[in-house]
Design a protein around this ligand. Structure first.
Ligand SMILES: *Cc1c(COP(=O)(O)O)cnc(C)c1O
Length: 410
């Protein structure tokens, strides 16, 4: 894959307020036939600095949310030194891109060969697990190493999140105590980790999970060196506007401080979505209009997987100059492939006179957008343009809206 990085080189006179969508309009004027990804390095850097400065522990970027090497370098330059990797391809990618980074292999089910390569060739020392079988694999693959940080993943509720990660991984019930005791024997440092599910809509998700951590520590009677609260930190989407992130941090800090662990224990988090959602958007073209259905040139097999399969709504704006005067109307989208599944129900609110040939910017696609793109049916595009205008919404800048303005109230 090759990217065409055609930085606009715009004279960025960011005088005061929001310069939203200006760069998208410039791109629309070129009438691109393929969807174009806009990336905003300043938005990712702002999110990273926010976590580095305000999260009361270590922030470890979950690479799967967006593995772009450009983004990895932006996060590194903004102070993120640790990376949560889940596959050997991610291990190699981060090691190659950021030779000084610390890698944490937080997938609880790994191939033994992969553990061996990560440990012996890439210097990975931190691994997660949720079973005795996995612990045995780690011990064998590292030849009984004595420098391991091993994090036992607990199963916790995903009830407060939009996307469950609660069913597949995590030790629960009677298996927790023996697993913690066995892992304590094998580990130099023992951690407990969990994931409350992605896009956690309330800080309570973390306080309930921390109660599980407390119960596990008390029950097993082990010394715990690391508590890792995982990902799940939210971004802002239409109809899913979470409380400010500082409230999540405060809740987690309080819960951590009250755990029966040593003063030297460390608090970790693995934000994915929250660090990269604002990093990119896409500019798409309307190829046809049928009533309130718009046929656009990206979709379920492109950057809009979550919009199609999870019914996720994203902020949209019509890129037209001068602005349309028409009132807003609720639209749904069809993607470019020949498949009925390639439909994004929305609703997406756009001026009622939108028509074929118009361009639309779809925002907040930096997390689980570009990363999910396929070339199914011959569609897909690698064109990426670096822009300096602001994302449509932001969790990190008080000057910017935290809620998209053109939101259908359901
Ligand atoms: C996906 C994942 C993350 C990131 O989750 P977000 O909801 O994007 O913050 C963190 N840790 C683990 C183990 C994951 O699988």
């Amino acid at each position: 894959m090759h990217k065409h990085h055609s930085a606009l080189g715009l004279a960025t006179t960011h005088s005061t307020a929001v310069s939203a969508h200006r760069d998208g309009i410039d791109i629309a004027k070129r009438q691109p036939v393929q969807p174009v990804t806009l990336v905003r390095p300043h938005a990712a850097a702002r999110a990273a600095r926010f976590f580095v400065e305000r999260f009361p522990g270590r922030s470890i970027y979950a690479v799967k949310a967006n593995p772009s090497p450009d983004l990895l370098r932006i996060l590194w330059d903004s102070g993120v030194t640790h990376y949560d990797v889940a596959s050997i391809v991610e291990v190699r990618l981060v090691r190659r891109t950021l030779p000084g980074a610390t890698l944490c292999f937080m997938h609880p089910v790994k191939a033994e060969e992969v553990i061996g390569e990560a440990y012996h060739q890439h210097g990975v020392r931190t691994f997660s697990l949720d079973s005795v079988e996995e612990l045995d694999k780690i011990v064998r693959a590292t030849n009984g190493a004595d420098d391991l940080t091993l994090c036992v993943r607990l199963q916790v509720s995903s009830d407060y999140s939009k996307l469950s990660l609660g069913a597949k991984f995590g030790a629960s019930g009677a298996e927790v105590r023996p697993l913690l005791m066995a892992t304590r024997q094998a580990a130099d440092a023992l951690g407990i980790c969990f994931h409350v599910g992605s896009q956690a809509m309330t800080p309570d998700a973390y306080s309930f999970a921390m109660e599980r951590v407390r119960a596990a520590i008390v029950d097993a009677g082990v010394t715990v060196d690391v508590v890792d609260v995982g990902g799940g930190f939210p971004s802002s989407y239409p109809g899913m506007e979470p409380p400010p992130l500082q409230r999540y941090f405060d809740t987690i800090h309080r819960a951590f401080e009250s755990l029966p662990i040593s003063y030297s224990a460390e608090l970790w988090a693995e934000p994915g979505r929250a660090l990269c959602a604002e990093y990119s958007s896409i500019v798409v073209r309307v190829e046809r209009r049928r009533g309130t259905e718009l046929y656009i040139n990206d979709g379920a097999y492109g950057a809009l997987f979550d919009a199609a399969h999870l019914g996720w709504r994203f902020p949209v704006t019509l890129l037209r100059e001068p602005d349309s005067r028409a009132k807003d109307l609720a639209f749904s989208f069809y993607g470019p492939t020949c498949d009925d599944l390639d439909r994004m129900a929305g609703p997406f609110l756009l001026p009622a006179d939108v028509q074929a040939g118009d361009y639309i910017e779809v925002g907040m696609l930096g997390a689980y957008g570009a990363a999910m793109r396929t070339a199914f049916n011959g569609f897909g595009s690698d064109e990426t343009v670096t822009v300096a205008d602001e994302p449509m919404v932001s969790m990190y800048d008080d000057e910017l809206p935290r809620v998209a303005s053109n939101v259908v109230k359901l």
